[in-house]
Design a binder for this molecule. Structure first.
Ligand SMILES: Cc1cc2nc3c(=O)[nH]c(=O)nc-3n(C[C@H](O)[C@H](O)[C@H](O)COP(=O)(O)O)c2cc1C
Length: 440
């Protein structure tokens, strides 16, 4: 690992948290979905924790379970982040934007405006939008993957060209001569591909970091092609063991090398979802309270992970000796072996679930030292450059920042303050203005 200290980030979503029932948690105000103060509070918490950025996923559509489960996304990423940029001064923001359902000019304009107004703290998580529910909102069916990714390459290259189309020193602002701009430095880009094009220029000056950072999530052959060429941040998929996560990081690094870049220009982040309390019992008690309404669906899911037939009537009895004897970790689900290990310790199915065994990311459970140990082991094993906190409820971010971050700092594993003011500086990635000349 080249970096001496780890990077941290957290998720900015619907105002409640990553857990589907977070909106019902005791500490949550049920109106937080529309309450900008909840988002401002999270952004300030992330900044207090010296986080590199908040990651803002976006799924522009409904989901089947919205009758009981809050939508995942913010009301709208750029609008929300415009407020947060004004209410904070250091933390970065990586917002998701579709390469399929935007034109390069409007996306370039929004993200660069956010970058300038936040003084160089913006990033773009470029996604190709393959969900049928989301694409129906644009009057379409899902486009073939190859077409989506062809368009994505064109989009990113044209967006970056637009970002660099206002020359760095173009803004003369000479009151005496009356020259506002040096028009020689503000030139059209005249780029058009098979799917998108733009004349330009974009009338927005450079930000403190030049232009926004590109991020990529999801992997796969096509996704790696995007990340390797353009991204400074890769957000890993759901991996649950160190070996698989390290392998994924290596795939991103080799994609960057193949594109002619230095692998260290691409920072790989992997998720974690801590379940915190003063003791393990308190931590899972807290989580059980939040998951109370989920047992009817989740106990049978746990049964499938263990090769047993379980229903909600068995939620509060530890598995019998007979059940434990016939239980087998489902080889198709990497979370199953941990679920089995916890069940064997004598916890009831409801308690096993409260250990986060079906969360989308590894879930260390217990007091702050346990969470810090997990991150230390993971970082020292070289599985990631940074860790992406998926907080079950927004309040977990406060607990993490106030209780875990100081331990990481004391152990010399995490910085005590920001070294710079821009997102590129937080990440330790190079400046870029316009397209990367190394990428054709
Ligand atoms: C951690 C992570 C975060 C993601 N965030 C989003 C998102 O916010 N919006 C979105 O539309 N897709 C998101 N994706 C999906 C990917 O961008 C990608 O579309 C997906 O992995 C499917 O790949 P495909 O485009 O090759 O079909 C995310 C994926 C991962 C692993």
């Amino acid at each position: 690992m080249n970096q001496k200290t780890m990077l941290l980030s957290a998720t900015l979503t619907n105002g409640y948290g990553a857990q589907g029932q977070a909106w019902r948690a005791p500490e949550v105000d049920t109106t937080d979905f529309t309450n900008i103060e909840a988002q401002v509070k999270l952004a300030r918490t992330a900044e207090r924790g010296k986080f590199a950025f908040l990651f803002v996923p976006d799924f522009p559509g409904t989901s089947d379970d919205m009758g009981t489960t809050a939508p995942v996304s913010t009301l709208e990423p750029i609008v929300t982040l415009s407020v947060l940029a004004h209410e904070t001064s250091r933390v970065g923001f990586i917002a998701t934007g579709s390469t399929t359902y935007n034109e390069p000019f409007n996306l370039a304009r929004q993200f660069k405006a956010l970058d300038v107004l936040s003084r160089g703290r913006a990033g773009w998580n470029a996604v190709t939008t393959g969900s049928p529910i989301a694409v129906a909102n644009y009057g379409e069916n899902v486009r073939p993957r190859q077409e989506r990714y062809e368009r994505a390459h064109e989009m990113i290259q044209i967006v970056q060209a637009l970002w660099g189309s206002w020359g760095k020193d173009a803004w003369l602002r000479n009151v005496e001569t009356g020259q506002f701009l040096d028009m020689d430095q503000l030139q059209p880009i005249n780029l058009s591909g098979k799917h998108v094009g733009s004349r330009g220029p974009l009338v927005i000056p450079p930000s403190e970091q030049g232009q926004p950072v590109i991020a990529s999530a999801g992997g796969g052959e096509y996704g790696l092609g995007i990340a390797g060429r353009y991204a400074s941040v890769a957000v890993g998929s759901s991996t649950y063991d160190f070996a698989t996560t390290r392998q994924e990081r290596e795939m991103y690094r080799s994609a960057a090398r193949q594109a002619g870049r230095d692998a260290d220009e691409l920072k790989y982040f992997t998720g974690f979802m801590p379940i915190m309390g003063n003791t393990v019992e308190e931590a899972i008690g807290r989580r059980m309270q939040m998951d109370e309404h989920l047992a009817p669906q989740r106990v049978p899911m746990l049964g499938m992970m263990l090769g047993l037939s379980l229903d909600v009537s068995q939620a509060d009895q530890p598995l019998s000796a007979l059940q434990l004897e016939s239980a087998r970790a489902n080889p198709g689900d990497p979370r199953s072996s941990r679920a089995l290990e916890i069940a064997r310790q004598g916890w009831t199915p409801r308690e096993v679930l409260a250990h986060g065994v079906i969360d989308y990311a590894p879930s260390p459970v217990g007091p702050p030292e346990v969470i810090a140990d997990y991150l230390q082991n993971a970082f020292e094993a070289g599985i990631a450059d940074g860790f992406w906190l998926q907080q079950a409820t927004y309040s977990i971010a406060d607990d993490f920042v106030d209780q875990v971050v100081p331990i990481l700092q004391q152990r010399g594993l995490y910085h005590r303050d920001y070294e710079g003011s821009t997102l590129r500086e937080h990440l330790g990635v190079p400046q870029q203005y316009g397209q990367d000349p190394r990428i054709s």
